[in-house]
Design a protein around this ligand. Structure first.
Ligand SMILES: Cc1cc2nc3c(=O)[nH]c(=O)nc-3n(C[C@H](O)[C@H](O)[C@H](O)COP(=O)(O)OP(=O)(O)OC[C@H]3O[C@@H](n4cnc5c(N)ncnc54)[C@H](O)[C@@H]3O)c2cc1C
Length: 412
């Protein structure tokens, strides 16, 4: 048993939602029984659910990216490096800053955008996953506005922005971009015709994909249509070019001229994880047992977006922060059980409701079996995220920025 010998070497790959919460709880539970090392290519934890607000300029990047050193206890070692190889037989992980051996490994590397093998999309569409993607998107759209101001004749095509994928990320992003373009960006470019910027949300299925009650989703659709967002449902993207994309739908093929395509149509595990010789479930995610252990490798745990964790009500759990945040402490408890010679317990997911933001002043929410719209939904959605942001200073700063934005929108 581990507690009788040297501290166990626990290596956590990824300091996102799953990795951070595993490390926080494992440090507390295991004390001197384990040496905990977190490896991440970024030295910060990224609060992705508020990323679209950084894209639209209503929040600053520093409020959603908090240093891992600041969040984790001193006892946890943090390695700022890219993981390049995982050898499960040799129990060794290779990074840009050297190799690390482990007794227990936690795979929490999240996912990468899934282009479903479409090379043209990978080449021309903008990603919306990490912080640098947000800066790239902001710069790109600002450049498009500058082009439209210089050549108003082309403004409509240049300022048409297509978001692919009507999951929560696509829906929230399209609403936020609408408010940014029709607010600050048009004000800063008075020569651009007011009706020139337009947004298209393209989705292969016949409905929005947020896991919410159908009645609430119908309201979301209405709110997007009220903003004149062009909802193109049942449309497959077949090709993306530098200034257009091709869609295939029930009425045939169409080519949409546009200045920007943003890819928000799903994620998959990175090739590093997908190529591991392990059983993979749907979407190349790693199959895990209810205690989050990898099938065939009980010393390896997997969680978050890269894991195919069984949902007791059927299927597998969705790729959301809500799931990863709950799996982190469960993974820590499994590690504790393995190290102290107990039997690991099954992880039980508790769905706590959903919130969808619809621009700077709109929201829909579902909690405790109730539906919320208007101001209650706005307040609930903000409260949910404030409670989840891991740093108190950031919570206060974010709340102040939202209050400022709300007052500014009331004055307009
Ligand atoms: C724009 C956006 C908005 C979202 N909004 C919501 C929302 O509102 N609600 C919700 O529940 N979920 C939301 N999600 C989903 C949520 O972010 C994920 O489900 C969650 O982050 C998964 O946690 P994770 O720990 O698996 O991965 P992540 O949080 O992605 O963490 C993975 C970590 O691994 C690191 N990493 C990856 N590869 C390497 C490597 N090779 N070497 C070193 N480090 C590496 C990354 O830097 C990262 O820190 C959103 C996602 C996005 C992109």
């Amino acid at each position: 048993m581990w507690w009788m010998s040297a501290p166990a070497r626990v290596l956590i790959l990824g300091g996102g939602f799953g990795g951070l919460y595993t490390a926080l709880v494992a440090s507390r539970l295991l004390h001197t029984r384990a040496e905990i090392t977190v490896i991440d290519r970024n030295d910060y934890f990224l609060y992705t659910p508020l990323l679209f607000q950084v894209a639209g300029g209503s929040l600053q990047a520093r409020h959603v990216a908090r240093s891992l050193r600041h969040l984790l206890p001193r006892s946890a070692r943090i390695i700022h490096a890219d993981v390049t190889a995982i050898d499960l037989d040799a129990k060794q992980v290779t990074t840009g800053s050297g190799s690390f051996s482990y007794d227990f490994l936690v795979l929490a590397l999240g996912g990468v955008p899934n282009f479903y093998g479409m090379a043209s999309a990978e080449q021309h569409a903008l990603r919306f996953k990490w912080l640098p993607d947000v800066f790239r998107l902001r710069t790109h759209i600002e450049q498009r506005f500058a082009e439209a101001a210089a050549e108003p004749r082309r403004a409509r095509d240049v300022l048409r922005t297509v978001i692919t994928g009507a999951g929560c990320t696509g829906v929230e992003l399209v609403a936020e971009l609408h408010d940014w373009m029709h607010g600050p960006l048009l004000r800063h470019h008075p020569s651009v015709p007011r009706d020139a910027p337009s947004l298209v949300l393209a989705e292969a299925l016949d409905h929005l994909l947020c896991p919410m009650d159908p009645n609430l989703m119908r309201k979301a659709v209405r709110k997007l249509l009220d903003r004149h967002i062009d909802l193109k449902l049942e449309r497959f993207v077949t090709e993306v070019g530098p200034e257009w994309l091709k869609l295939r739908g029930p009425a045939g093929d169409e080519q949409v001229p546009c200045g920007t395509v943003v890819w928000a149509a799903g994620i998959k595990p990175s090739p590093l994880v997908a190529d591991l010789p392990l059983p993979h479930g749907p979407g190349e995610r790693i199959d895990v047992t209810p205690s989050l252990q990898v099938v065939g490798h009980p010393e390896v745990l997997a969680l978050g977006d890269l894991a195919a964790c069984p949902d007791p009500v059927g299927g597998i759990l969705p790729q959301t922060a809500q799931v990863a945040v709950q799996q982190g402490p469960a993974a820590a408890r499994t590690l504790h059980a393995l190290i102290t010679g107990e039997i690991p317990q099954a992880f039980r997911y508790r769905r706590k409701g959903e919130v969808v933001w619809l621009g700077r002043t709109g929201a829909l929410a579902e909690a405790f079996g109730l539906h919320f719209t208007g101001l209650p939904a706005w307040l609930l959605s903000r409260t949910v995220h404030l409670a989840r942001v891991p740093d108190w200073g950031d919570r206060v700063a974010i709340a102040l920025q939202w209050a400022k934005a709300l007052i500014a929108s009331e004055r307009r």
